[in-house]
Every structure is written in structure tokens, then in C-alpha cells.
Design a protein. Structure first.
Length: 368
């Protein structure tokens, strides 16, 4: 065990002995995500470095404090990538934060989420034990796959020390098409195209200055992408401009997200791709993931109404970002209520991995 990991283990052991809450933190780029932040900061950035990378095996093992940008640069040198396009939001994000947050970018609906690419992990639990789960190949995920459970756990099960990730080659061809259409037409088209053998990778419908536009990104073999462009039509975008568009979208720096929205919060609705236009007042939404992820701006106080609409469509709603004017937000839960069986599973896992509840207390379940 190296010095950086030893220091973290000793810090956890001392915190467990006197039940001192710890707030696990890498780059801090996702501090806004989750219910509440509390506890002494436990910095993971010393756990840095790529420990193993086998491009021919499409596997990389990396320590949790490694800057995400550093990992992506190393993969790019070999013509490979993290296909789910992890969200950066700002510079400084780490690999551990990427897994703990479990947030994926524009390609998620086509290629899968963060958890689908986690092959194994090393974790320090609330008893200061160093545990290893999974491995470096897909066949090692038999049984209860703890390494993937870490994705989206927001640090409530322990300190992620290292992860093994599946990577993929960068697609040989890419094109972005734009179509002027309403939100209803965009949803109809996306559902129609989803039933065809097209190299769909990402989509985004957004309304600007009263005009709705559907952007469709195609990725795959050169012949497949070119044939799809010819078949679908639309206005083909310049590759460099399109790449910037998708990057801004990934990190919520697109103009739709920018600007002072006053008392409006950012709501994320996860619904079936086939859901129709949702009757939520205010600014027209930004629609991603072929209709499955929809962003809205609405006051936090509209939580009951917004969540009711999401439930009626077969999904759920997350209060993703609070407006800057709100200094306290405990009255409005960030996450939608879990069903009783799911909540029991969450609490049982937390009890097993962190019996003293020292890690990120209240971050995932506010009522702790």
C-alpha cells in the first residue's frame, strides 16, 4: 500500500472511531450535485496516475484522483475514448468523481452509461478496509456487481481508490445534421429513426429565438455515416463547429443553460423516449438522449407539480441545480422519492459498507 492510500486509510480509521463525518472530494466540480454537503473534506487528488493501460485489450486502470482530462488525453493518443462522454462541467474533475457521480454526456442513450464501463474497483470502506471488486474483463462481473453499484453512489459507500474501465476506439466517421422542427416533430422523428439501422449516437432539440432545431449526431463506419446523411437529409454541420456544440452541451455551457435565470432551478426529467411533449410551463426545454432526458427551468417550489408530470409520463425528476439566489434548499429534495424496496436496498448497502455513516452523509439520502 502506497503512502497516499495509507494516509486515507488512517484518516478513515480515525473518523470511524469517533464517528466524524467525512466529505469525499476530488476536483469539486460536482459539488452542486446531490442533497447536502457536510463533514470534513477528505481530499483524494493524491491518488493519481494511470496504473495499467492495455489499448489492445480496451481496458485502462486508473487511480481515482487522476484528472479526467489527463485520462482522456492518454486515451486519445491511442485513438480511444470513454464513449459515454463524462461530463466535466469545469476543469479539474477527477476519475473518482466521474464514477461516484455517475453522470453521462450526450451519447449515453446510444452507448450506455458510466456504470456500463466500470469493470472493477478498489474501495476503502467505512471500516478502513481496502476492498477490491470485479476485474479487468467483462466476464468478471458475475454475481452482485459492487464495482458498478459505485457509479452514482455519490461517495456514500466509501472512498474509490482505483477503477478499471472499458474503453472503445474512436469512431472512424462522424457527422452532425440539423433539422428545423417543433419539439413534437423532433420526438416523432427520433422515435421513427430509432427503429431503423442508423448509426445514431446523440441528439439534441433546442429552441432559440422561437425557432426549434433538432441536432442529430451520427457515428460509425464511414460508409454507414455517409449513407445515413444521404437518407436523412437535414443540414450537415461543419465538424469543428459541431464538436464544440456537443462539448458545450455535455458540460452545460450551451447558451440554453447560460445566463441569469433568477429564481428558476434546473430540472432534469428522465422519461421514456416515447413520452410525448410534457406540459411544463416556462422556457421551452432542451431535449437529449433521443427524448429520454429533458431539461427544464422552473422554480424549486414547483417540485410537486413537476414530479407529478414526470411520474405520469413514466419517469422521475431531479432538481439538478438550484438558482444562485437560494442559499438553502433543504426544503426541496434534489432527488425524487425512492420506492420503499429501493430505499431499503440503499440503506442496507450503506450499513454494510459504512456502518458509522461517516461518508458523504446526507448527499444521496437527505434524511439521514
Amino acid at each position: 500500500m502506497d503512502q497516499a492510500l495509507s494516509q486515507i486509510v488512517e484518516r478513515i480509521r480515525a473518523a470511524a472511531a469517533d464517528a466524524t463525518p467525512l466529505r469525499i472530494r476530488g476536483g469539486g466540480t460536482k459539488d452542486f450535485h446531490g442533497e447536502v454537503l457536510q463533514g470534513e473534506i477528505l481530499d483524494t487528488t493524491a491518488l493519481a496516475g494511470i496504473t495499467s493501460y492495455e489499448p489492445s485489450e480496451l481496458v485502462v486502470t486508473v487511480r481515482a484522483g487522476t484528472p479526467l482530462a489527463e485520462l482522456e488525453a492518454a486515451l486519445a493518443e491511442k485513438g480511444q475514448c470513454l464513449p459515454f462522454e463524462p461530463q466535466h462541467f469545469e476543469s479539474g474533475g477527477t476519475v473518482g468523481g466521474m464514477v461516484a457521480a455517475g453522470l453521462s454526456g450526450p451519447a449515453r442513450a446510444s452507448v450506455g452509461a458510466v456504470r456500463d464501463y466500470v469493470l472493477g474497483a478498489t474501495l476503502v470502506n467505512g471500516r478502513a478496509e481496502v476492498l477490491t471488486f470485479g476485474g479487468q474483463v467483462m466476464k468478471n462481473v458475475a454475481g452482485y456487481d459492487v464495482s458498478r453499484v459505485l457509479a452514482g453512489s455519490l461517495g456514500t459507500l466509501g472512498v474509490i481508490a482505483e477503477v478499471s474501465l472499458k474503453v472503445l476506439p474512436v469512431a472512424p466517421a462522424e457527422a452532425t445534421l440539423a433539422f428545423a422542427c417543433s419539439q413534437a416533430d423532433a420526438l416523432r422523428l427520433l422515435n421513427e429513426w430509432g427503429g431503423r439501422p442508423l448509426p445514431l449516437n446523440a441528439s439534441c432539440w433546442v429552441e432559440q429565438a422561437g425557432v426549434g432545431t433538432l441536432y442529430l449526431r451520427l457515428r460509425g463506419a464511414v460508409a454507414a455515416v455517409e449513407a445515413a446523411c444521404t437518407h436523412l437529409g437535414g443540414e450537415r454541420q461543419d465538424n469543428a463547429s459541431a464538436a464544440l456544440h456537443w462539448q458545450l452541451l455535455r458540460d452545460q455551457q450551451h447558451p440554453w443553460f447560460a445566463g441569469d435565470v433568477g429564481s428558476m432551478a434546473l430540472w432534469r426529467l428522465s422519461v421514456p423516449q416515447t413520452a410525448l411533449v410534457l406540459a411544463i410551463d416556462g422556457t421551452a426545454p432542451l431535449v437529449e438522449w433521443h427524448g429520454a432526458q429533458r431539461w427544464y427551468k422552473a422554480p424549486p417550489e414547483d417540485a410537486v407539480r413537476i414530479r407529478g408530470i414526470a411520474h405520469a409520463a413514466g419517469g422521475h425528476a431531479t432538481l439538478f441545480r438550484m438558482p444562485a439566489s437560494h442559499t438553502t434548499d433543504a426544503a426541496v429534495p434534489r432527488f425524487d422519492a425512492m420506492s420503499a424496496p429501493v430505499a431499503r436496498i440503499h440503506r442496507a448497502l450503506m450499513q454494510e459498507f459504512d456502518p458509522q455513516r461517516i461518508f458523504n452523509r446526507g448527499r444521496l439520502l437527505a434524511a439521514e
